[in-house]
Design a protein around this ligand. Sequence first.
Ligand code: GLU
Length: 363
Amino acid sequence: MKKNRKIVIKVGTKVLTSKDRGLDKLRVRDIASQVSDIRKKGIDVLIVTSGAIGSGMWLLGMKKRPLELASLQAAAAIGQNYLMQLYSEYFKEYGYLTAQILLTQEDFNDRKRYLNIKHTIDAILKHNVVPIINENDTVATDEIRCGDNDRLSSLVADIAGCDTLIMLTDVDGLLDENGSVINTVTDVSQKVMRLAGKSHCDLGTGGMATKLASARAASKAGIDCIIANGRAKNILYRIVVDGEGVGTKIICDKKSHDAKKRWIAYSSKAKGSICVDDGARSALCHGNKSLLASGIVGIDGDFASGDVIVISDRQGSEFARGVSNYSAIDVNKIKGLKSRDFKGILGCKAKDEVVHKNNLVIL
Ligand code: GLU
C-alpha cells in the first residue's frame, strides 16, 4: 500500500436515504465505521456528503422537492444540522471528532479563500479529525453553486492533495451496453460519456454523467476515481485497504499542470471572457507568450483585476483561461493598444501584460 495516502469519499443522497426517504441511520453508522477503520490504517479521509436537502424535506414532511429557492434553502439548513448530528454521533462512537465545512463555488474562485480552505483542511487532518464537507446550500444560488456534489468532491480532492476519490452511489459502477460493470476507464471519451445517460433523483442532483465529468477533472490532477455502490457490504474498506477492484475505476492521467494552473483551468469559475485576434491566439498557443492588449478585439462580462477569465478566438471558441491583471472596464479602454499607451489612458500602468503567461492555461 502507498504511504501518506489521502482520499475523498463522496456519499450521494441515494446512498444515505432509506425507503421512507429519511436518512438511513444504519448507513451513516456503517460509513463512519468503515472510515474509522481506514483512518486507523494511517490513511487520511475526507467525506463529501449530500443528504441535507433530502433530510430537511423528510423532517418537514415535504413529499416533493420544493421549487422555490427559499424553501429549498430552508430544507437544506434544517437537514444539514441533522445530517451532521448523525455523522458526529457515530464517528464519536468510533473515537473520532468531525469537522463541518460548507463551501460554495465562490470559495474556489478567490485564490486567497482557496488557499485558506486548503490550510484549514490540512489543520483539521493534523488533529486527526474527519472533515465532512457539503455545498453551502443555504446561501448558494445558481451563480455561486458548485453545481453538484460530484464536482465539489473533485474540487475537494484536488485542493486537499488526495490520491483517490471514491464516489458512492446506488449502482455498481458505469455499465456497458449489456448492463455489465466496466472495471476500468483510461479515457473519459465521448463514447464513455454516452454510456452514462442521464439519471436524476428529486432529492439530490448529479448522475453518472456528472460523476464521469468530475472524474475526468480529478484525473487531470493525478487523482484516481472509483465509482462504486455505497450499499455493498464493506465497500470502502475493500477498495481502500484490500485494494479490491470493485466498481468502475477511472485511472488518472499524469498531473497535467501545477496546482495554480489547475485552479485556473478547473477549480475557479470564469467571471468573463476576452476575445483575441489570430496573431494573439498563435502567440499564446504556440509561442508560450503572455496576452497583450494589442491582440484583444473584444470583452464580455464584468470581471475585476485578479479574476479568472476565458480567452476565446474570433470564432468564439474557448482555447485558454487565465487571470486578468486588469478589470473589464480597463481592458475595454486599452484593448488593441500598446502597453506604453496605458498610462495616458488609465492614469497608471500596472502591468505590461493583460494576462501573464505564468497565469495562463491553454486548454
Ligand atoms: N448539497 C445537496 C444536499 O446536501 C446535494 C447536492 C448533490 O446531491 O449533488 O442535499
